[in-house]
Ligand binder design. Structure first.
Ligand SMILES: Nc1ncnc2c1ncn2[C@@H]1O[C@H](COP(=O)(O)OP(=O)(O)OP(=O)(O)O)[C@@H](O)[C@H]1O
Length: 603
């Protein structure tokens, strides 16, 4: 079926996956750097860049991908650095053991902070990370056993298979090995089932939850992973510097890490390295240049960084990495999922089986009764329309059925089971999938990846498997299913397009494909024709007719009477939050009460 002709907004470009083909060359170069005849100064700079990149990578995941902000990453670096310093110096533990203790402590703190703050809206996490950063820094600077402002000195160097890593060159290899491994693992993660779930956090919690994704769990995951990366950097830092003091773990350093991520490109894995390199190298240059120019000493580079940050946010909000990427184009995704076995699917209701029943639905927003005493039912294989003029309460009813809103009173039965009070995630798991009145998607992901989000509940690959690339068989199944659903609605030719480049019509169809990818027993469409041009509406109606022929059950909320008339089996009409009438399209069309409701006259 090809009912839809591709329409892509002007300026559309071929999308790319995050992984770039020529990066192995860069990785090899960085790992070989200590073997090159570089002066010690440059090796030291490379070490600092690698250490900062690790922390910045965590911020790419946390801020760029998951949309959460932390000013306290330097404190996580400090926890691990001080842990290994104190435990190796005073308890005589092996640094390889203290690595796990330091990272474990950072994970513990991240879990506590995350569990307290991540359920709250936006600004609580940044505030909590500021408080945590300040508290820890004052703690380190005032505790006698941690050496107060002087810190701890004489930390033992690392040894690996009997070989000492005491000099900067040996540490350089280890630091870059860890930093590059982290970057590769993060790239793998973002190109996977859990990675798409993480990227969906920025597309709005409502959409992610409707696909069965626990947004809280993934926010916590991003926060903990960012803390782990910071802790790894802290452990390496302590054994590279061989001393620790509170200064590198203060709040200003936390802000600097965030600056690195923003400067490099906060949503880009390799942007973390770009930002870290820029800041480390510029700091060194400016710290000598500016005092000489101005004739007095001081941290004048901070002023320059402030100006650069504002300019970056205004003129290059995606950071510097996209500019570098122009000369270093990323690899095109290889279509390697042909013939992948299908994902598991659920048993479908028999045609005519009672599927959905809404009984006496009522929803009150404070003093406003948005929905009052609404009843309707839908059998398997039917398309039902819920129509009514603006403000009639259709979307509220839709949200009550799909679990986005909680009922004030009433009952919803889905396949005979009472689902009122269940979360939208739990309802999605039972086989109800929805689209949104205002399209909700991840604009930076391809159409295929957006649709694959719908397969989340039909797959199980976790973080570790994704990072180690052990999830490829399941990933092929997911992408094959996403492509199958795109073909089903006639949109396969756009699968590699960046979703944000699509016009509204194809975006709405993409949402339908995503909902189909969940293998639903019931498809809920919230005003799918809103904002579409005539041709787009016709294409959409054709897709829905095709889905009905395939036996799919659909509940359609729509404002446009003409759109639903030739499409649905029966209609329920709402007015002022109440049930007005139910009947076939012909009966509804002939009803003077419905005409009056739409014309806004008395009836
Ligand atoms: N979260 C909310 N808080 C308060 N009032 C709300 C909320 N959501 C909806 N309403 C109100 O409930 C009533 C019904 O709104 P609803 O969006 O369900 O109508 P609708 O039939 O979908 O309208 P439209 O076709 O314009 O989308 C309106 O008066 C609206 O202002």
């Amino acid at each position: 079926m090809a009912v839809f002709s591709p329409q892509v907004a002007a300026g559309a470009r071929r999308p790319s996956r995050l992984q770039a083909s020529r990066l192995p060359v860069f990785c090899l170069l960085m790992l070989a750097a200590p073997l090159l005849p570089l002066p010690d100064f440059w090796i030291t700079q490379l070490n600092y860049i690698g250490l900062a990149s690790l922390v910045s990578l965590g911020l790419v995941l946390l801020t760029g991908v998951a949309g959460l902000t932390s000013f306290g990453q330097a404190a996580f670096v400090g926890v691990s650095a001080y842990s290994t310093a104190w435990l190796t110096l005073n308890a005589g533990l092996s640094p390889w053991l203290t690595l796990f203790i330091g990272v474990g402590l950072a994970v513990l703190v991240a879990l506590v902070l995350g569990l307290i703050t991540l359920r709250m809206s936006g600004h609580y996490l940044p505030l909590a990370t500021i408080a945590w950063g300040l508290a820890l820094n004052f703690g380190m600077a005032n505790m006698a056993f941690l050496g107060k402002y002087d810190g701890l000195q004489g930390i033992a160097p690392l040894t690996l298979f009997g070989h000492s890593l005491a000099d900067g060159r040996s540490m350089c290899s280890l630091i870059w090995l860890v930093a590059l491994a982290a970057a590769v693992a993060l790239n793998h993660l973002l190109d996977s089932r859990p990675g798409r779930a993480l990227r969906a956090l920025n597309g709005g919690a409502m959409m992610a939850e409707a696909m069965g994704i626990s947004t809280f769990r993934y926010k916590l995951t991003a926060f903990v992973l960012a803390a782990v990366l910071a802790a790894l950097s802290g452990w390496l830092f302590a054994h590279f510097q061989r001393s620790v003091n509170p200064t590198p773990f203060g709040l200003n350093k936390g802000v600097e890490y965030l600056f690195m991520a923003v400067l490099g490109g906060v949503g880009q894995v390799w942007g973390a390295f770009t930002g870290a390199a820029m800041v480390v190298l510029l700091t060194d240059k400016l710290q000598t240049l500016l005092p000489a120019l101005l004739g007095s000493s001081g941290n004048f580079e901070v002023i320059v960084f402030g100006i650069v940050l504002v300019a970056t946010l205004k003129y290059a909000p995606n950071g510097l990495w996209p500019f570098i990427q122009r000369w270093w184009p990323p690899a095109q995704r290889v279509r390697d999922w042909e013939g992948a076995p299908p994902l598991p699917s659920r048993p479908k209701p028999a045609p005519g089986e009672p599927l959905l029943e809404a009984r006496a639905l009522r929803k009150q927003f404070g003093g406003l009764v948005a929905v009052n005493g609404v009843n309707f039912s839908l059998k398997a294989g039917e398309i039902m329309g819920l129509i009514g003029p603006n403000g009639a309460g259709k979307s509220t009813t839709f949200n009550l059925v799909s679990g986005v809103l909680s009922l004030t009173s009433g009952e919803v039965l889905f396949r005979g089971e009472a689902i009122a009070g269940l979360s939208s995630r739990a309802i999605a798991r039972r086989g109800m999938s929805r689209t949104f009145q205002h399209v909700k998607m991840v604009p930076d992901m391809t159409v295929l990846e957006n649709v694959a989000l719908g397969g989340y509940l039909r797959s199980s690959g976790g973080l570790l498997r994704a990072m180690l690339r052990l999830d490829r068989a399941e990933e092929r199944q997911l992408l094959a299913e996403a492509e199958r659903q795109l073909r089903r609605i006639g949109m396969a030719e756009l699968m590699f397009e960046r979703a944000g480049n699509l016009a509204l019509g194809p975006q709405r169809l993409m949402e339908i494909a995503r909902a189909l990818c969940t293998d639903p027993s019931l498809l809920l469409l919230d005003e799918p024709a809103a904002g579409l041009r005539l041709k787009e509406k016709q294409a959409l109606a054709e897709v829905l007719r095709q889905l009905k022929q395939e036996g799919l059950s659909i509940l359609l909320v729509e404002h446009d009477m003409d759109f639903v008339m030739g499409l649905v089996d029966h209609l329920t009409v709402m007015e002022f939050g109440t049930w007005l009438m139910a009947g076939t399209p012909a009966e509804v069309q002939a009803s003077p009460a419905v005409r009056a409701a739409y014309l806004g006259t008395e009836h």
